[in-house]
Ligand binder design. Structure first.
Ligand code: WTA
Length: 648
């Protein structure tokens, strides 16, 4: 947490009661906690009943072989039918599903549920034509255009798990994901718009496909920017050729509740990203129910907007699957948060529910309230935050300036792995405290424990754990059951270890305190210190590297790297820092570029050779360096600090 210390947090006394009308009309009331406590499985079965099933399940939860859960065992459903067809069948075909706003001004499209159904059906037929069968994996590398939603739902319709790779990741990162899940088809576009300019995507796909040998049979390409692209006749297919002419009739098969829906790669504590596997019935139940519960969605009247990119889990759960399963009308925006543009969109589309990340809020705070004050945002009634701890000042600013002091703020804690929101206020029930995610949602069981898995009790800090399985939980890591058990379930018997530190206040409310492992959170994006370290040492001039996440006012954390150059590299030359930053961008993606790289003569290590990142963090955060007594060579920190002051 950037500027608020733990002590500050404990002194936070402000409380915000739910607005009375919202509380009266809330989708979920306080009794839900008791109902879920008295019969958790019945609670989730009710939530699953909100969906359309082909065949109903025989068993709500099979937890006979933990940590491998099965939810709604024996049930069948189709996620795509639940997200589109059933709304059309219910007579809501003319309702807008997506108000799409392109980055270039005036480039907008409104897509109804009926149109979405047709597009998804056509794309499913086109993918079948390209040889995609149930169970095949399809990689998606696209900008925020409606076709990305169509592509995901078409894959879901066929039962072909998608793996969406964020468009900001490099060709290398894309290649490793394609290879890991053995995807033979890639869907992309020529490019997308970023800050007013066309930016290419297809070349990265070409490079990635090249690296994967003969694996990829087809690349399906949406024309978005019209820029020139290299073309491989046998392999590349234009979306407008393959999809536009395809039939809009597509009979969807009902898939098993546990059929894989998608794989989403996320950073772990080792160099290799983890393929988080989500399946169908539980995931759709967990995301659609919590979307309706936490955002108090009234599908007839609300206009919902989640600003996340579809390449992250928030885009999957709370832009695609949750809202569409609920028949919501939502805004989807192609661009990045330019000064007044977001607020113009809120005003234009009369957005009522708005979900974004603290890093964006802090950026707007810095720009000043004059900008949002210039727009009419009186349509807003509820605000959400996700991705990193929200400091009380940002929370209060968000509430006052964006929410006109009338909208509750729901600070939602969850992870790629959890699939669904786990800890959050209920907007019609909870008196919110700025900076606290408050309590586990009904049907979710969380605790804060010490090293020996004992509950720390109110007023104390420790590790956040989840104690009971939940519907949208990850089922495993793609192709690696052992790593799944090791990473999340091995620390303490029967408890899911989230990797986050947390504190319970005197009322038992939860305050998230950031990661306790080697995962960093930069602008709400998860990055692994080890992954960036291996990218750095793959550069021929680098002998050793250590990376830490240092507190940053805007981005939460920032990547700071310390490198030792090889003798043969001399002093590395004048531009070494820029050269290394570019190298990281190439290996992983621009989001992983270190804010700061320091060339140092030594790294602080313990006698057993482990790098003491804690000390490097002290340097990166300009603090007095902490206890150095466990260092093998206690003078190392002096050398590093000397180096730092001569560079400054
Ligand atoms: C952090 C994003 C504090 C946390 C949905 C978690 C949060 C990681 C919050 C997951 C929050 C997410 N308060 N921290 N409301 N939400 N986090 O997988 O460290 O990209 O473990 O999922 O983000 O990041 P991921």
């Amino acid at each position: 947490m950037s500027s608020d210390t733990l002590a500050n947090l404990s002194n936070e006394e402000r409380r915000f009661e739910p607005p009375a009308d919202l509380a009266n009309e809330a989708n979920v009331k306080a009794e839900a906690y008791d109902r879920a406590d008295s019969d958790r499985e019945a609670f989730w079965a009710d939530a699953a009943d909100r969906l359309d099933w082909g065949q109903k399940w025989d068993q709500v939860l099979d937890w006979s072989n933990p940590p491998f859960a099965k939810w709604f065992v024996g049930g069948t459903l189709n996620a795509s039918v639940n997200c589109v067809d059933r709304h059309v069948d219910a007579g809501n075909g003319d309702k807008v599903a997506i108000h799409w706003v392109g980055e270039p001004d005036d480039d907008t499209r409104d897509i109804t549920y009926a149109q979405l159904k047709d597009e998804v059906s056509k794309a499913a037929n086109a993918l079948t034509e390209l040889g995609v069968k149930k169970g095949d994996r399809v990689a998606i590398y696209m900008p925020m255009i409606p076709e990305v939603v169509v592509a995901m739902l078409a894959c879901a319709r066929l039962g072909a798990p998608h793996t969406v790779v964020f468009g900001g990741f490099s060709a290398d990162a894309l290649a490793s994901r394609i290879t890991d899940c053995d995807a033979q088809v890639v869907i992309t576009s020529d490019g997308g718009y970023r800050r007013g300019a066309a930016s290419a995507l297809k070349p990265a796909v070409d490079e990635a496909v090249e690296k994967t040998g003969d694996l990829v049979r087809h690349v399906l390409v949406v024309r978005r920017t019209g820029q020139d692209v290299a073309w491989d006749e046998g392999r590349d297919v234009w979306w407008h050729d393959a999809v536009d002419g395809a039939s809009s009739d597509h009979e969807a098969e009902m898939h098993d509740s546990e059929h894989p829906l998608y794989v989403m790669y996320t950073s772990g504590t080792t160099g290799k990203p983890k393929g988080i596997l989500h399946t169908t019935g539980g995931y759709l139940t967990g995301t659609s129910f919590t979307h309706w519960e936490v955002f108090d969605l009234k599908p007839e009247t609300d206009v919902y907007w989640c600003t996340a990119d579809v390449g992250w889990v928030t885009g999957h759960s709370y832009m695609v699957y949750g809202p569409l399963a609920n028949g919501a009308t939502q805004v989807m925006y192609e661009g990045t948060p330019e000064k007044g543009r977001w607020w113009q969109i809120v005003e234009d589309y009369k957005v009522t529910i708005f979900y974004t990340a603290p890093t964006a809020i802090r950026t707007f705070m810095k720009q000043g309230r004059e900008i949002p004050d210039g727009y009419d945002m009186s349509s807003l009634r509820l605000l959400g935050s996700v991705g990193e701890p929200i400091n009380p000042e940002a929370y209060v600013w968000y509430r006052e300036v964006i929410g006109g002091d009338r909208c509750p703020v729901v600070d939602t804690w969850w992870q790629t792995e959890t699939g669904q929101i786990m800890i959050s206020p209920l907007p019609g029930v909870t008196a919110g405290k700025p900076g606290s995610a408050m309590k586990a949602l009904p049907g979710i069981s969380a605790d804060v424990v010490d090293d020996d898995a004992r509950s720390v009790g109110n007023g104390n800090g420790g590790y956040l754990v989840l104690k009971e399985p939940w519907p949208a939980m990850l089922r495993t890591l793609w192709g690696d059951d052992e790593r799944f058990k090791d990473t999340y379930w091995s620390r303490w018997e029967g408890l899911y270890f989230a990797g986050d530190g947390a504190k319970l206040d005197d009322d038992g409310d939860i305050w998230l305190l950031g990661r306790v492992d080697d995962v960093m959170n930069v602008s709400g994006h998860r990055l692994s210190t080890t992954e960036i370290e291996s990218a750095l040492v793959s550069h021929p001039k680098v002998a050793e590297a250590a990376v830490v996440g240092a507190a940053d006012e805007t981005t939460g954390q920032a990547v700071c790297a310390f490198v030792i150059l090889r003798d043969s590299a001399g002093d590395g030359g004048e531009d070494i820092v820029e050269e290394l930053r570019k190298h990281v961008a190439k290996e992983i993606g621009a989001i992983a570029k270190p804010r700061q790289i320091m060339v140092v003569p030594e790294l602080p290590k313990t006698r057993s050779g482990k790098i003491m990142r804690r000390l490097l963090k002290d340097v990166a955060e300009n603090r007095e360096v902490g206890d150095v007594t466990t260092l093998a060579d206690s003078t190392v920190m002096d050398l590093i600090k000397e180096k730092e002051s001569s560079a400054a």
